[in-house]
Design a protein around this ligand. Sequence first.
Ligand code: PHE
Length: 340
Amino acid sequence: MEQLLQQIEALKTEIAAFNDGDAEIFRIKYLGTKGQVKAIMGEMKNVAAENKKEAGQLLNEFKLFAEAKYETLKTASGNGQQTTTNEFDLSLPADSLPLGSRHPISIVKNKIISIFQRLGFAVAEGPEIEDDFHNFTALNLPENHPARDMQDTFYISQNPDWLLRTHTSSVQVREMQKGKLPIRIICPGRVYRNETISARAHCFFHQVEGLYIAENVSFADLKQTLYFFVQEMFGKDVKVRFRPSYFPFTEPSAEMDISCLICGGEGCSVCKKTGWVEILGCGMVHPNVLDNCGIDSNKYTGFAFGMGIERITMLKYQIKDLRLFSENDVRFLKQFTSAV
Ligand code: PHE
């Protein structure tokens, strides 16, 4: 009797663990005429007469347990008629996997890069944690210069000289310091500003800045380069205008507007009824910046520009709230395709 109990227990454990998934294999192995359940039932004849009642009950329970497992396997495999084991039907269509899509900021960034690459600009990258020199001082923004207020940022408490870069102009400084001329680069990347988060401002955003330094580079080169960019980005019908502006690192400086894409220049809420929207800042690199970076400002001139990718993306796709870009709501993100 003791032995029978042990046998039942062992078989129960085995059956419970059976996960081959094939109901027919299970049936043959355990419930068929030569199966193990049948075999153990046959043990009844060896049980002493006084134990027969108890053993009969246990064996019956065990049989029900095995039959229940068989039913479960049958349901799990859809039918009990499978004939082969572990067979995959390779002709069946694959399970559909949800496909992700590129983030709109990445789509537009790649588009901007490809336009400037066609003009011979190479991509340069640099660190997001910068020092004061590369982010400010080298760019003609000495300590306590009031223009630093326009770009307040986050400082690293470990070292008061470290900060999160406010623009990718810091990458331009690093390239200029290498001293290999001419320079023709664009610098895409994430930048940070200490601003209150709203529909139009965030504590981080993305930029593409550009720099061209060689002999005899003029403002005409700057205008033509940016005009080409705008036409490739927004279409041939778009108009541009340059307004005088101020940046410590360029002289003269300008802001470039494009004719409003929403109303075509008629005046609407996006362009605040002016017909124009600002898209970037630019200018001729200030001689002090060239000198600070070890470039002879008597021999070389250059232009620089910088734009926010979020801004370009908002205009291109008519997105009204900057916060959507970082909320990671797939219902928003999946609306954009790489085919811009
Ligand atoms: N660095 C400026 C900014 O982040 C943009 C800029 C770049 C302006 C180069 C002029 C020339 O606001």
